[in-house]
Each structure stands twice: as structure tokens, then as C-alpha cells.
Design a protein around this ligand. Structure first.
Ligand code: 3PG
Length: 392
């Protein structure tokens, strides 16, 4: 990669960031992604560069949707930067050009949602050229959008000299350190609702990991495939053959850890009447909503005997207490071990980060990726178009 330390001074940088942040009532409710962009913006402004920020927000599908404007982000970003941040209501064209010309050297401007142009998602070379016309060089700092081959993440790198931003480097380095040539034994925890959405991930992980714990709704499918009576639990019964195939492929290579006990209830609602039971005690009208204590103890042992942990997906319905317990306790164990330097603990994915924040331990993990989809695709071993473009 070309790194921003090697980028020219005093020029205009077009910097792709990921400002696809959660909003509530028109305000940013979690500014992690804004904060993640600060080191790159500051490094460039310190070089006397003008920084024009390119970003998408939500999925406006090529139309100008006022509720999906990036305008409300300029002020919180300015506060974090302790500097003014201008705003231009388009990411191409004369008005944007004039706004950038009017900027003092060493300052930043946020350009309107790139996805207001249909050519963004189709990676239209014409749009890439029009965006590129606003600056001298390109920086991609949006690892979490690097799985998209869009005009502002991929096409533009074909037009301008391209550099990797600091957050991009940080994410790639941390993931590479954890899974590229990891300190073994490596344990994975994969949870979440469905096997079907994480099939590639599971296949790739059993080839790379020493142990893989499967939790959440997808564990039900594996239990079902083993002949466990899972009652009214969420499961993809048509994936049973696939689950058996994964278990067979893992044999002798990667030890699979499935729940050995579970928390069940008749309905998924806060503080519903729940009980912990063995796998042979699930009633027809009960649903598995969390892993049980014995399963969490197994996970704790597995973490203690591993050097690296890579975690994606909660172990139960963590949004609805008391079904958050297995996830919370397992997260606390991992954080403790990471804090003591005994475990390299890496996590990613939107739900996972929310779960770690809920458990109050995200800061103690070795690394928490800002990415959702991109983190998964990286773990699946797929090339990320935004990263490939920088390598080229
Ligand atoms: C994300 O939030 O994971 C990225 O910003 C990508 O967003 P997308 O899934 O709408 O492409």
C-alpha cells in the first residue's frame, strides 16, 4: 500500500470514510465511525492538505432522499475534530468544486451522500472521474465499506493516486495479526440467527481454526441435524444436511463446540419465564433462546486454552434479557483474559459490537472492528474490492 505518510502536502485529498452511523431522532447515536476517521483527517490537515470527505449513508438507491443526507454529521464531526467542517450538498460538480476552492488549507469539508448518485453503486467510471476531478489524490479509510466495489471505494482508485488511510491500515493489520498468521491455538465463536448467511464463513473457519464454537440460532440447526428435539426453536431445518457436512469436514481438523445445555422459554419477551435444561429436556412448546451455564463453562475453558479468539455473532437473543447472559459472561471472560495479556481477542460485526458494548467490555478486547459485512467477507477469505484497488 501507499500510506498517507507518503502522500503529498498542501494538496486536496479526497478521503473515503464510512459515516454510515446509527442515528436516532436525527442525531448520531454512536459516533464510533466518526472517531475512527479522525487520525487520517488530522494527519492530512497537519500536512496542509484540504480534506474532502466522501461517504455514503444508508441505501437511498441513487436518489436524493433528504432523510439520508450527511448534513447532520458535519457538526458532530467538527466537535470531535475541534475545527470547522464545511458541507457541500453534492459530491460532484461546480458547487462542490467552488466550496473546496474556498476552503482554507488544512481544513475539511464533508460532501453529500455518494449514494445519491446511481453511478456510485454501479461503479460508473464516469461518476468516479467526476468525483476525482475535485481532488489531487485519493485516500480510502473506509475498511467497513471495502467489500463494496463502488465508484467512491473502487472506481476512483483507478483514476487518482490512491493511499490507505490509518483506520484502513489499523483494521487490516489487526485482522491479519489475528488470523493471517495467528498465535495458536485459535478459537472462533460464531453466533447469529442463520447458518445460511454464514455458510462460507463456517467453511473457511473450520479450515483455519483449531476450535470453533457455534452459538445463537445457528447452533439450533446443528443440534437439530444431530437429532436433538429442539421444540419450537428457530432453526433452518432444510440446512441440516449442510450442517452435517460441515461437522464431517471439521472432524480431525477443527474441534466444534456446540451447546451442551440451553436456556428455553415459551416466548421471546423481556424477563419471560425461562429455565435452563439439558438437550434432552426441551419441550415441544419451548424455544432455545440462549446457551446454558455448562456451555459457557466449556467456552471459558476453550478461551483459557487458546491464544487467539475471533468472535462474530451473539450466543443468544442478547437484546432480550435474560437471554443475554451467555453472551455477556463469555464476553467478560474474553475481556478479562485479553486484559491480562493471555488472549488476543478480536471481534467484529454490527450485532457483536452492540453485544460487547452491552456487556461493557468492548474496550478490553484487543481489537473491535468497525466493520459488519466487510469483517465477515474478510473472514470468509474473500478479496475486498476496496482493498484490492489500493494494492493495485
Ligand atoms: C456498513 O454499515 O457495514 C457499511 O457502511 C456498508 O453499508 P452497506 O451494507 O449499505 O453497503
Amino acid at each position: 500500500f501507499r500510506r498517507i505518510e507518503d502522500a503529498p502536502s498542501g494538496q486536496t485529498a479526497l478521503v473515503r470514510v464510512d459515516f454510515n452511523v446509527p442515528m436516532a431522532d436525527g442525531r448520531v447515536s454512536d459516533d464510533t465511525r466518526l472517531r475512527a476517521a479522525l487520525p487520517t483527517i488530522q494527519a492530512l490537515t497537519a500536512k496542509g492538505c484540504k480534506v474532502a470527505l466522501l461517504a455514503h449513508f444508508d441505501r437511498p438507491k441513487g436518489k436524493r432522499v433528504p432523510e439520508m443526507s450527511l448534513a447532520p454529521l458535519a457538526e458532530p464531526l467538527a466537535k470531535l475534530l475541534r475545527a470547522q467542517v464545511a458541507f457541500a450538498d453534492d459530491c460532484v460538480g461546480d458547487a462542490a468544486k467552488a466550496a473546496i476552492s474556498a476552503l482554507p488549507a488544512g481544513s475539511a469539508i464533508l460532501l453529500e451522500n455518494t449514494r445519491f448518485h446511481a453511478g456510485e453503486e454501479t461503479n460508473d467510471p464516469e461518476l468516479a472521474k467526476q468525483i476525482a476531478a475535485l481532488g489531487d489524490f485519493y485516500v480510502n479509510d473506509a475498511f467497513s465499506a471495502a467489500h463494496r466495489a463502488h465508484a467512491s471505494t473502487e472506481g476512483i482508485a483507478r483514476v487518482l493516486p490512491a493511499y490507505a488511510g490509518k483506520q484502513m491500515e489499523r483494521e487490516l493489520d489487526a485482522l491479519e495479526a489475528a488470523l493471517g498468521s495467528p498465535k495458536r491455538p485459535v478459537l472462533g465463536i460464531v453466533g447469529g440467527a442463520k447458518v445460511s448467511t454464514k455458510l462460507e464463513l463456517l467453511r473457511n473457519l473450520i479450515a483455519k481454526l483449531d476450535k470453533l464454537a457455534i452459538g445463537g440460532g445457528m447452533a439450533n440447526t446443528f443440534l437439530y441435524a444431530q437429532g436433538v428435539e429442539i421444540g419450537g426453536s428457530l432453526a433452518e431445518k432444510d440446512m441440516a444436511d449442510t450442517a452435517r457436512e460441515i461437522m464431517a469436514a471439521a472432524k480431525g481438523k477443527c474441534e466444534l463446540l456446540l451447546p451442551v445445555d440451553v436456556v428455553v422459554a415459551k416466548e421471546v419477551k423481556p424477563h419471560a419465564e425461562a429455565r435452563m435444561c439439558g438437550l434432552d429436556e426441551i419441550q415441544a412448546d419451548e424455544k432455545i433462546l440462549d446457551a446454558g451455564e455448562k456451555t459457557v463453562r466449556h467456552l471459558r475453558e476453550a478461551m483459557k486454552h487458546s491464544h487467539t479468539l475471533i468472535w462474530n455473532g451473539p450466543l443468544g437473543v442478547f437484546e432480550v434479557p435474560p437471554f443475554d447472559q451467555a453472551t455477556v459472561i463469555a464476553a467478560q471472560v474474553a475481556a478479562e483474559l485479553a486484559k491480562d495479556g493471555k488472549l488476543i481477542a478480536v471481534a467484529g460485526g454490527g450485532d457483536t459490537v452492540a453485544a460487547l458494548n452491552h456487556a461493557g467490555v468492548a474496550a478490553d478486547f484487543t481489537f473491535v472492528s468497525t466493520a459488519g459485512g466487510a469483517f465477515l467477507e474478510w473472514m470468509e477469505g474473500k478479496p475486498l474490492p476496496g482493498v484490492e484497488a489500493l494494492k493495485r
